[in-house]
Structure formats: structure tokens, C-alpha cells
Design a protein around this ligand. Sequence first.
Ligand code: PEP
Ligand code: MG
Length: 553
Amino acid sequence: MHTIKGQGVCGGVAFGRLELLKKASKLIQRSHVEDTDKEWERFENARAKASAQLKELYEKALNEVGEENAMIFDIHQMMLEDQDYLDSVKANIWEQKLNAESAVGITADNFADMFASMDDSYMQARAADVRDISERIISILTDSSNTGIKSDTPVIVGAEDLAPSETVQLDKSKILAFVTEKGSSNSHTSILARTMNIPAVIGADGIMDDKNGGADIIVDGFTGYIYVNPDMQTVLEMQKKKDKSEAQKALLAKLRGVKPVTKDGQQILLYANIGSNEDMPAVYANDAMGVGLFRSEFIYLESKTYPTEDEQFAIYKSAAQKALGKRVIIRTLDIGADKQVDYFEMPKEENPAMGVRAIRICLTRPEIFKTQLRALYRASAFGKIAIMFPMITSVSEVRKIKEICAEVRKELEAEGIPFNKNTELGIMVETPAAAVISDKLAEEVDFFSIGTNDLTQYTLAVDRQNAAADAFCDTHHPAVLRLIKTVVDNSHKHGIWTGICGELAGDMSLTELFLAMGVDELSVSPGLILPLKQKVLETNVSEIKEKLLSELE
Ligand code: PEP
Ligand code: MG
């Protein structure tokens, strides 16, 4: 057995024989031509054919994976018209007197290298696209399409970099998993793999070695490990993992579309926590009713400088559209403490968890805050966006935030930019101060979401980053549970709703208690939604309510 480690981009475990798909460009014969006009004509004919194929692929992808994923084939058609690309092919044919397939191959290498060396991860991912369109032209010129699976039985597909068009063309009934040597988690191949829900690993260096072709392998899309010719112990361990993940899938099939309602009819919303738009497919796959926490600070963490209003708008708009009318609660940036961003140039703090973090940065640097709010409000015209503010400790903070929101709305109105005037505004209750004055705060906002990670840290005086203090962190401490109940009661008294988006929301030993308290929403990582739904369906609140609540007194 030998092991290859890549990056898992779609969870699941697959066992099977590896079939390696070699690219047409690997088979190019380089030759010199005399009749350059004729060679250019060959290229132009191939390009027209490629364009027609892409049109067909667009229609196919539209039916199979939806408009957003199909868009890539539209973009590929446009890339076929790119003047710089055409000039480069022309120069290689007319000046270097190369045959058309070599001219395209050289152009593809140069353009892909140029994209790959760019700082922007989106542009880097475009290297695969330029290779993809070039492969298509070369396949037509050499009359050799290598994109099909040769085996009659299902296989694990190995490729250097599986292009989106290849992914869509493959007969899905024959694919157990994807493994590629190159690729990025941002690439369309990864996105498509996730949409198709097939285990996938990228960056699997060495998988294309000829000696791996035809080998029995196991792909673990959760960890990114690939076991080639696995030994018996690995087979047994991975079989267990596969069984577990299939059981989860069966659970999904059973509970999909079922409303989370207790036996005695109490309803609760089950939402998903996400870190980026890339997590949206997992939101659907797990049947989340909305997004309860979109941690927008990851946009700032992944950027080398302040993300612009337009950059943020594109991300929030896409999230709003992908949610298809479901609520998407986007938390404004929660920088500081464990999430440091160099370009913010924040002074070093002795105790950053209690320092100038999250909303405190936003209120002291309103220009950064306003940029994000403008992007959020603009996106509100495209779906059900709700805005949530982290690390609140006082009523005056919330009033200041609302003033800034009103300013932003006024500006947008004056500029004639559409937005939803009724965009819900909520706060995270994650400091003991906010929990204690939640009766006052409830008069100011539309909803609460309890951040139990920070609420526990601040209530128990246990640094959440300090593993040595873990022993003192009793996540079921009555002080934390009582504060949660106080917040829920105060919100209901003032006619607003309360959710929980900290990790405690997914602690199933507390689900009954949260239902007894009347928590309105639980927001958890997507994979926990269905097990949590199961728990809700099994619960009879009236049977346990009195006992559980009296234990808190
Ligand atoms: C929390 O504090 O519970 C929370 C959800 O926010 P974060 O973990 O991002 O601080
Ligand atoms: Mg927090």
C-alpha cells in the first residue's frame, strides 16, 4: 500500500479501480508547416466546432447542475473570442510556422502560467479554464477525445486537472470519485464535484503516475487521503467510515423536506453556519432552512487588503440569490482576538479577546463599517438578507449602529440604488452584559442570536483559545444556561425571536432543554442539521419541560 495526501473538496469515501484520464495535449506532435494560411484555417474550423460544443454543454449543464454552474461554459465561449489568445496562436502559426495543435498548446501553457502566477485566487483558478478550452481545440484538431471513461463498470477517475467541461461530459453513473493532481478548492471542478455530491480530492501529487492506473484505491474525500493498493486493516477502517457516511446520507433521504416539529407540535428553525459562499451547496444538501451565521470576516481574512464594496456586494448578492428566498443572516466583520488581519494594523493588545475587536473596530473606524453595510444593503435587493452585529455590550452601541445603518440607507436612496428598507437587524448576544440587559436590547432590534462560544468564555472567564484552561470550561455550566434562558424570555416578552449560533446549538444533549426554553432557531454546521432534526422530531416538549426548567432554578 502507498498513501497520497491531497485536499478533500467533497466529503465521502469511495472504493474502486483508478482510471487515469490523460490529456489530448500530452499527445501533440510538434511539426513545422509551410502553408500557414491553411493551418490558420484548420485552427479556425476547430475553434468554431469547439464553440458549438460549448453551446451544447451549456444546455446540458443547465439541466444537470443549474444556471450558475452552467455559466462557465458561456465564459469558455467568450474566452474562445479573446483577442490576446487568438493573437498568440496566430503568431505561433504565422511567425514560428508551427502546426495549429502546437500553437494552441504553447499558448495554453503561457496563458495558464500567467494566470497561475497572479495573486488573486479567482484569477489563479482561471488557469484551468484556459487549459480547458485549449484541450478542446487540440482534441478536435488531433481527432482524439480522451475525456470519456473507457471502463464499462464504475471507476474512480484520476486526472491531472479535471476541467469543468470534462466533468460535465463524463458519464456520472460510472464515477465513484474524482482525484486530480492540480486544481483549487475555488475551481469550478471542485464546485461541480460538490454540487454532484461525489467524493473528490484535489492536489493529489503523484496520482497520475502510470503505475497507479488500474490500481485498487480508496478515496477519503473528508481527509484528502488516497490509499493505493490498501492493506486489510485500512480496508476495514475505511469501510467503517464509508458505512457511517452512507448512514448519514440515508438519514438525509429520510428527513429531507420534513419540517422540524416536535411530537407535540413545537416548531424550530434549523439553520446553517457558513464561512463563505462555497458552503452554500452544503446548506441545500443538508436541508437547512436558512443561514443563521455567515461569518463575513473570512472575506477579510482571505484578502490581502480591505475588500472593496463591490467585491463584498458580489459575494453577499450571490449568497442571497443562492439561498432562493431563505433568510441569510450575515454577521458584520468580527476581526480581532483570534482573527487577526495584518492590513488592519491594529495595535498589539495584552488581552485581545477583551480588546478592540468586532463591533468596537467598526464603531471606531466607521469608514470600514460603512463599506460593508453598503454592500450588505445593496445585496438585500436580491434575497432575504438579515444583518447581525457581533460583540454587543450596550444599548448605546446598538443605537449608534442603527444611526450608521440609517445614514447608509439614506445615501443609497439618494444615489437611486435599490435595497430592502425592511432588512432585519439583529445582534449577537455573546457577552454576559448583553444577556443581562437583553430586555433593553430587545426593544432595539429584530432578533437575537446567542454566541455561546464567546458567552461561555466571558461568563466563565475561560479563554477559548487556551487548551490548558479547557478543564475549567464547563459548557453546560448553569450560569451560561440561565443566561440563555433569560435572553429567550426577554426576547419573547418584546415580541422578537432568539436563535443560538454558537457551538452549543449542535450539542444534542441540550436540544431538549433549548426546546423547553422556547429557543426559536438553532444554527449549526451543515452536517449537523439532519441529526438535529431527528432529535427534534423525537422530542415531546410538554413531557420534559417542567422538569428541565426546574433543574435550572
Ligand atoms: C460565538 O461566539 O458563539 C460565535 C458564534 O461567534 P464566533 O465563534 O465566530 O466568535
Ligand atoms: Mg463570537
